[in-house]
Design a protein around this ligand. Sequence first.
Ligand SMILES: *[C@@H]1O[C@H](CO)[C@@H](O)[C@H](O)[C@H]1NC(C)=O
Length: 237
Amino acid sequence: MNFSILIQILALQCLAVVCVSREFDFYYFVQQWPASYCDTKRSCCYPKTGKPAEDFSIHGLWPNYRDGTYPANCDSVNLFNDSKITDLESRLEKDWPSLACPSSDGMRFWGHEWDKHGTCSESFLDQHSYFKAALDLKNKANLLQALNNAGIKPADGKYYSLESIKDAIKEATGYTPYIDCNVDASRKYHQLYQVYMCVEASGSEFINCPLLPHGRSCTSQVEFPSFSHIKPAHQEL
Ligand SMILES: *[C@@H]1O[C@H](CO)[C@@H](O)[C@H](O)[C@H]1NC(C)=O
């Protein structure tokens, strides 16, 4: 192949990439298990609105590319504005609480998620639609119910196979999730920490994941710890 043809082919490929380039390809919708967030060396702080319910909570809805990279901080003009989501606040406090320290009312967490991730899918979802889409996806997935139906209930010192957890979620939602584990404060036990599901660009339908995320791996048996006895280490009121 001579050099000029090679250049032409490269140029065409670049053009093709530009032509089909999209803002992003799909979302990771990530939910976390609060007891596993709290039962670590770092511990946690309950939100100012009080201890969250024993249920999965939203971590984020993250635009992603099929090659595993993702866009971030896409619009420095349209930053988080809490007056756009006042009607969603009680749902956000319940389903998207912040367990980070120091205690907060969630605004900082939501603001971070919007500024870093939400601004990268603005042509599909404006700020209000973005938060509403995530809340609706959580209801639709209903992970706690999915696990309950399969007899997988939060309990300390009890282990479930990773496969049975994935199967239960697939059975209930139609899609196999990716499970991310962390280790408890004793650094001995792997526990169910985050559940990743994939969502198409309009933010309403689950899809099969085009690509698995980079997460921490799980052992084949994992704990699904109870949140009832968890005490935050540094409660700041
Ligand atoms: C925040 O949103 C409200 C309601 O849409 C709007 O009136 C206000 O100007 C916005 N504030 C900023 C700083 O953009």
